[in-house]
Design a protein around this ligand. Sequence first.
Ligand code: FAD
Length: 407
Amino acid sequence: MDLDLGPEIARFRAGLRDWMAAHAPDGLAGLADWNTAVTAGGYRREELAAAMEHPAYAEWGRTLAAARLICPQWPQEYGGQGMDAVRAAVLNEELHRAGLPRVHRGMGESLVGPSVIVHGTPEQRARLLPRIISGDDVYCQGFSEPGHGSDLAAVETRGVVDGGEIVITGQKVWTSGAARATMMFLLCRTDPDAEKHAGLSYVLIPFTGPGVEYRPIRQMSGASEFCEDFLDGVRAPLSNVIGGLNNGWRVAMTTLGHERGGSATTAHLGFEREFWELAGTARKRGRAADPLVRQQLAAAYTGVQLMRFSGLRTLAEVAEGRPPGPEASVAKLFWSEYHKRLGEIAISIVGPDALLRPEGPGYPTSAWQNVFLSSRAGTIYSGTSEIQRNIIGERGLGLPKEPRAAG
Ligand SMILES: Cc1cc2nc3c(=O)[nH]c(=O)nc-3n(C[C@H](O)[C@H](O)[C@H](O)COP(=O)(O)OP(=O)(O)OC[C@H]3O[C@@H](n4cnc5c(N)ncnc54)[C@H](O)[C@@H]3O)c2cc1C
């Protein structure tokens, strides 16, 4: 059931369906289960990576770019079409329905672009946004440091202005996709004497040149998707400081708002598919009649529907022109805790077999082992569950703030 968003949106939806039927390359929909792989924790990363090598994927990327559908919400002059949030959500739904990939430009699209649109100068928008859409700039996120994750405002990486450049020295950690990135967006301290939130700057640095070293970190799932990074005198033009010197905290908050709430209206789509796969696993393993399993699956299905309806509520609010509030934290808290529980249910359904790793080189894991392991990360990245609860309590419910430590 689609939310009734009026006849104009219904026409837009029908137009998209026709356009996709006419333009999607043959065979693309069957290459991978694109949407489950992307939204439900990436447990089919290898299948997805192989499908992305197929010529049909590249062709689809070119078709979407020509139709300005890679970053459709971005302004016309930077390669988007100024699409509103409701239409963008409908586009995502229709791609999902057709089994077609979204062709996403990673953190450049979901985090850097929206922050540059809000806080960048016209020159920065014109220079930086088209390079994200074209795929020339691939970003990773340099927020966390060895001593500062949740307490992001305490970052120690230094940024020193030298003529027309800013020179960055410090260490970052847990940097997802660093090995594939050509650029990093980071927070650094540019005024060590200012109050900790006030002395920070948000800078885009080249991530392939001199002074950059990164080392992969092996995860418990066997993958090495993130790195620790050592930045030693990395230079970027001052024109790569977004939002102005010492104003980085505001820009970072915009970035985190997008990171936490960006998929609120569509995340349930991938989780719903994943749920039905788990129901299928329960059937195949003869567990579907077990009352405890049925109860767990019913609770999981309820969780998916709650995500769906809360996504529709967010969409309805956007349609009425109300800006999203602490819903981003509510959505992030809910889906990440849900997914951790789903991983536990999956392992209990698979039973003792869940202890056996599949044969193969490296550290292979089965699909449900991977969901179980990788879902543990969801309640940590983009701010832990405790941090989301603090935000909901303090900013959403108006509860008193935790007392700040002296100094
Ligand atoms: C898969 C994955 C990918 C990541 N990718 C990136 C990335 O690309 N770029 C990047 O910069 N970072 C990335 N991170 C890092 C992530 O942002 C941090 O791990 C996270 O912010 C938590 O910081 P921390 O690990 O330093 O834990 P800490 O901040 O040390 O927290 C430890 C524990 O204390 C709790 N805690 C801390 N402060 C409070 C408080 N005020 N109130 C209540 N409880 C509190 C936390 O909830 C947690 O349970 C990634 C992490 C993961 C797991």
